[in-house]
Every structure is written in C-alpha cells, then in structure tokens.
Design a binder for this molecule. Structure first.
Ligand SMILES: Nc1ncnc2c1ncn2[C@@H]1O[C@H](COP(=O)(O)OP(=O)(O)O)[C@@H](O)[C@H]1O
Ligand SMILES: [Mg+2]
Length: 240
C-alpha cells in the first residue's frame, strides 16, 4: 500500500492526468456516432513540455478542450493540479480555468481583446480574478512579462499595432501571468513565419525551463513538436 504522503507527492508531481477519457458526439442526421477521444489515459509531469501530434481529425483539439476544462468528457476523469474537473460546478470550473490554466490559441486574432491595450491584455486574467488594474504590483507584473517576451515599452499600444508573431508573444505573456498549473496551446504557431514561430516556441520552452511551468501544446508541425520534451501521438481518438 502506498502511504498517504507518497500519494500526495505523486499527485503534486503530476500537473495533468487523464484516466480513460472518452468524448463521443451524438449522431447527426442519422449518421454514426463520432468517437473523438477513445479511452485516453496519460499523466503529464509538472515542469514538462508536451506536444500532442497526429493527423487532422485524430482528436488533438478534443483532447486539449477536455484537458483544459473547456469541454466535458463523456466518460473518464481529468485532473489538473490534482483537482478532478468533473467534480466542479460550472462556476468553479470557470474559476479554475481563469486562475490555474493559461491558454494560447491558434489565431492571434482570437487571442487578444482589441479594445484593451497590450498591457491590459496581459494582466486581464488577474483583473478578472479581482485585482485592481491600477495597482502598481499588477502594472509591474504586466511590464515584467512584456519585457520577458521582448515587447518592453509597447504596453500602451493596441494589439492591432503588433505583427501576428508579436501578438502571439503577448498571448504567451498573458498565459503566464497567473502562474498557472498548466498552459495549453492549440497550434500556437500555425499562422506564423518560421522566425516568429521560433520566438513563441522559445518562450514556451523558457516558461518550462526557467519558471517550472507545465506546457501542453497541440501541433501538426514536426518542427514545433521538436521543441517539446515529450511527444504524444494521437490516431483515431487514441494515444499511440
Ligand atoms: N462538435 C463536434 N461534433 C461532431 N463531431 C466532432 C465535433 N468535434 C470534433 N468532432 C469529430 O471528432 C474527431 C476529432 O476531432 P478533433 O479533435 O477536432 O481532431 P484534430 O484536432 O486532431 O483535427 C473528428 O472525427 C471530428 O470530426
Ligand atoms: Mg484540431
């Protein structure tokens, strides 16, 4: 028998776990039921950089949506930082996503709020959690993160004044601001030129190596996947 202490240590060392997670979509127009995820199990260690690869339609986005609490699995258990997402109410799940998960989406156009300036975008998760946007500590945190992603002094500008690659770097800064348990990225470099993609991937890698964050990134690009420590390959809704 494992002791309680060993069990707690094991839970802490795993940032994300899926236990036999399935996601099925109901028949539409008399078609077959779609099994987007088929009894997927995995454990992602804290402080690691994992890439999820696989052909189109293999279930990568569904994996990410279920793992990040954006979608609920049909069966199975997802834990983030030891918390069973299935045990949470919608309100508690929303709080967990806000406070303990960071997101970087595929299109930079979807990532940033156009009516907020760059610095306001970076600290938005803190403000949504109740921080005062005028608090000097909040402002300093925004400035530090912008410097970190190579955009010092640009905080007062609107997102539209930045290139796509620069906007994705702002999205990475925002994903780091709450010091989340896991940062999820779905094709974060899909619309970027190779040089901008390398900058974004380097920031994600540094978040892991320097800050000890945990990153799970979906990509169909083998070059992007090569930045990760671990590559999970999906095929037909299963991990290969
Ligand atoms: N909302 C949905 N309704 C029905 N089927 C879906 C839905 N979302 C995804 N699927 C199906 O689930 C499978 C996996 O999709 P997805 O996770 O988007 O794959 P990937 O991201 O690897 O391209 C596909 O067969 C897709 O058609
Ligand atoms: Mg996808």
């Amino acid at each position: 028998m494992e002791s309680t202490v060993d069990t707690i240590t094991a839970v802490r060392a795993t940032a994300l776990s899926l236990e036999s997670v399935s996601r099925r979509y109901g028949r539409r127009g008399g078609g077959r039921e779609a099994i987007a995820l088929d009894a997927v199990s995995c454990a992602v260690p804290a402080g690691s950089f994992t890439a999820v690869v696989g052909p189109s339609g293999s279930g990568k986005s569904t994996f990410l949506q279920c793992a990040a609490g954006l979608d609920r699995p049909t069966t199975g258990t997802v834990r983030v930082g030891g918390t069973d997402l299935g045990s949470l109410s919608e309100a508690a799940l929303t709080r967990l996503r806000r406070d303990r998960i960071g997101f970087v989406f595929q299109s930079h156009a979807l990532n940033l709020v156009p009516s907020l300036n760059i610095e306001e975008n970076v600290v938005l998760p803190l403000v949504l959690a109740g921080a005062d946007p005028a608090d000097e500590r909040v402002l300093a945190r925004g400035r530090d993160l912008l410097a970190r992603v190579g955009l010092a002094g640009r905080g007062g500008q609107g997102p539209a004044t930045l290139s796509g690659g620069q906007q994705q770097r702002v999205a990475v800064a925002r994903a780091l601001v709450t010091e989340p348990d896991v940062i999820f990225a779905d094709e974060p470099t899909a619309s970027l030129d190779p040089e901008s993609a390398s900058l974004v991937l380097g920031l994600l890698r540094d978040a892991v190596r320097i800050d000890g964050r945990t990153v799970v990134m979906v990509t169909h690009d083998p070059v992007a996947a090569s930045w990760a420590d671990t590559v999970l390959t999906m095929d037909g809704g299963r991990l290969r």
